[in-house]
Write a protein that binds this ligand. Structure first.
Ligand code: CA
Length: 680
């Protein structure tokens, strides 16, 4: 979710949640569970064991729920995931030293379901699957007792994500399961499902590769999947009704979303099918990054956090009401030990059980720096190639002191973490919240210095006058591995729509040229490049900027466009290939960038020219000359004499070369990039 975009947060993902929290609100309960002071929470005993809340084998089940403020706790066993009377109910015993309640049941409970019930001040709260359910029934209402080994696809033990020497080597593709496969032209059978990724050889109606073959053809290294944990807004019992949601409304953080499985009522299906998807991507050499939304829950009073340990997991205002830095009705409290431990263990669980290769943290600045560092440390201990990044902002204000927030401006205090660069995003294509505002690539002057900030991976480069930058006034990244460069994502207008609205009176060809230029800036900049699925075939969303619950007619990628925009696709493929073959675009330290990336003096607006020198980062090219012309006219640049190979020119990109030149005065066409390389 986007900063300052209250419209998105409140009218967007939050709308359904706010409605449901009103319907389940119990004011009396809420008021009686507020602490007398913040220090009460800090004094609660905590429990960091990874055996919360249920561990089972064929001989029995051990339950352990953390709820230090409870008067009493029970666990109920059910035959089904929803409906019916409990088969049995079992009181649990408190361990005051760590705040947990436990009970052990003998016998084989495999295939059964369970729910906890907590008594606070003499009142039983509603039943809950707890916060650590690892398998659930339909709609995540009750937790399921299964043998996790039954969820492993064949060969799972051998499954492994791609190696990533440096995070700047990643090329990230942000996709939604349903957008990607649901269109009637996709040629994919399992539309909107995890297992869509298992389908090889799929073609659009007009014969272009789709699905996983498309990803392989494009050359991306990682897919970043929109929220895929169990969320609230899609009724898993009504899947044919064409419901759509981005999924920023978590219920069960440690279970996949049921609507992406072929059978949401079967607890094994969603888990196994998500693992099959991950395995298929890994076999294709593609890593999987999970979008995680620990910063808020879909509902507030009825959430699993509130039903297990009321008050504890959320921040509050001084009057005891829920604070709301997420814009969605609540914000969680990562600064409290048990919430921090929950987040760390949840990330570890997704890595160990699902082989997830990276995480994207929604509204990361709601979390505190200490927690994010603990997560990075734990994740790196499991896989040193893990990639972690987040939105370094909040939606609105938080009780968490600014100096503790995991903000973009604080990324130097989080060495294992990267942040999205809203600097390059808005400078290249225009401001995110002002549809009509163009940017550097679409012809608006005045953004050059901010684009340069993006080019150097937001590091402290000596040639940049940071006082002229639009957003951040300093190079906030210690090293370029700490920044994610992009021009569009699921939030706000997608690139195609943004260009339509900010370039009135232009032709499609002109807008495609700008799209190419914009992405060339992203893919050649230092840092981690990130793109939104479907941009490579000029996917649009009919001008809908906040499509969080829009129908498929808005969100689905029409794969027949791949033939129509084949030239654009080939350009993306070409520029990604150039990046992957040339480490000069992927430097890992600020020192290397400062030494090897040299800007040329340019006096024309909307023109940037620079060189990557000294066989930077071990590149086979001694010098690479990169020129961006965002102006609506051609501009002439002076290139030093030498034996240059042209690799990008006039909307074509080819690492093997498009021709040669000896330098001198060269014309760069309007709205294009020119990239030249020389070996000596
Ligand atoms: Ca769900």
């Amino acid at each position: 979710m986007n900063k300052l975009f209250v419209n998105l947060c409140v009218a967007g993902a939050g709308m359904a949640m706010l409605a449901s929290c009103q319907s389940t609100a119990n004011k009396e309960n809420v008021m009686t569970t507020q602490p007398e002071s913040i220090t009460d929470y800090a004094n609660y005993p905590t429990y960091d064991g990874e055996d919360l809340e249920m561990v089972a084998d064929a001989s029995g089940c051990k339950f352990r729920l953390w709820s230090p403020m409870a008067d009493s706790v029970a666990v109920k066993i059910y035959e089904n995931g929803v409906g019916g009377e409990a088969l049995s109910s079992h009181g649990m015993v408190a361990d005051k030293s760590n705040g947990t309640w436990s009970v052990e049941l003998k016998g084989n409970y495999m295939g059964k379901f369970y729910a906890f019930q907590v008594m606070i001040d003499g009142r039983w709260l509603d039943e809950t699957p707890g916060v650590w359910a690892k398998a659930v029934g339909v709609n995540g209402v009750r937790a399921a007792i299964i043998d996790m080994k039954d969820t492993n696809p064949d060969g799972w033990d051998m499954d492994k994500g791609p190696a990533l020497a440096h995070n700047t080597d990643a090329v990230i593709y942000e996709m939604h399961h349903r957008d990607f496969s649901v269109h009637k032209n996709s040629g994919i059978t399992n539309k909107g499902k995890f297992i869509a990724m298992l389908e090889n050889g799929t073609l659009s109606l007009n014969g272009e590769k789709t699905g996983i073959d498309h990803l392989k053809e494009l050359g991306v290294t990682h897919v970043h999947i929109l929220p895929s944990y169990d969320y609230n807004s899609v009724d898993e019992t009504q899947l044919p009704s064409n419901k759509y949601n981005w999924g920023y409304d978590p219920i069960n953080y440690n279970v996949p979303e049921g609507s992406y499985s072929t059978n949401p009522a079967c607890p094994v299906s969603r888990i196994k099918e998500m693992k099959m998807m991950i395995q298929a991507l890994h076999k294709a050499g593609i890593g999987v990054i999970l979008d995680v939304v620990y910063n808020h829950t879909g509902v507030t009073q009825g959430s699993n956090f509130e039903l297990t340990a009321p008050g504890y997991y959320y921040r509050h205002r001084e009057d005891g009401s829920f604070s709301d830095a997420s814009g969605c009705g609540n914000e969680t409290a990562s600064d409290r030990q048990q919430m921090r431990s929950f987040m760390v263990n949840s990330v570890k669980y997704w890595m160990n059980e699902y082989h997830i290769d990276g995480f994207r943290f929604d509204l990361m600045a709601i979390h505190d720096i200490e927690t994010m560092n603990a997560i990075a440390e734990a994740a790196n201990a499991i896989n040193p190639d893990v990639i972690i990044y987040g939105e370094g902002w909040t939606c609105s204000d938080s009780p968490l002191p600014v100096e503790r927030r995991a903000l973009k401006e604080h990324v130097s205090k989080m060495p294992g973490i990267a942040v999205f660069s809203d600097d390059i995003r808005d400078a290249v294509k225009g401001h995110y919240s002002n549809a009509a505002d163009p940017g550097f690539a679409s012809g608006k002057p005045g953004n050059e210095e901010t684009v340069k900030l993006g080019i150097v991976g937001a590091t402290a480069h000596p040639q940049i006058d940071f006082s002229k930058c639009n957003n951040s006034k300093f190079g906030y990244a210690t090293h370029p591995v700490q920044v994610v460069n992009y021009v569009s994502c699921h939030d706000d207008l997608c690139l195609t729509d943004k260009l339509s609205k900010s370039m009135p009176g232009t032709t499609v060809e002109e807008r495609v040229a700008v799209a190419k230029l914009a992405q060339t800036i992203v893919f050649t900049s230092q840092g981690i490049p990130f793109m939104f699925a479907g941009e490579e075939i000029f996917r649009d969303k009919k001008g809908v900027h906040n499509s969080y619950n829009s129908p498929d007619s808005i969100n689905a990628i029409d794969w027949n466009q791949k033939k129509e925009y084949r030239d654009l696709f080939d350009y993306y493929k070409g520029i990604i290939n150039i990046r992957k073959l040339h480490p000069a675009f992927r430097m890992t330290t600020a020192e290397d960038v400062a030494k090897n990336l040299v800007f040329d003096e340019v006096n024309e607006p909307n023109v940037i020219s620079y060189s990557l020198k000294n066989n930077a980062n071990g590149d086979s090219w001694n010098e690479i000359k990169v020129i961006f012309n965002g102006a609506t006219k051609a501009n002439v640049v002076e290139i030093p004499e030498g034996e240059w190979t042209i690799v990008v020119k006039d909307g074509k990109a080819d690492e093997a070369g498009l021709g040669t030149t000896n330098g001198g005065k060269l014309e760069v066409a309007a709205r294009t990039a020119l990239i030249l390389a020389r070996v000596n």
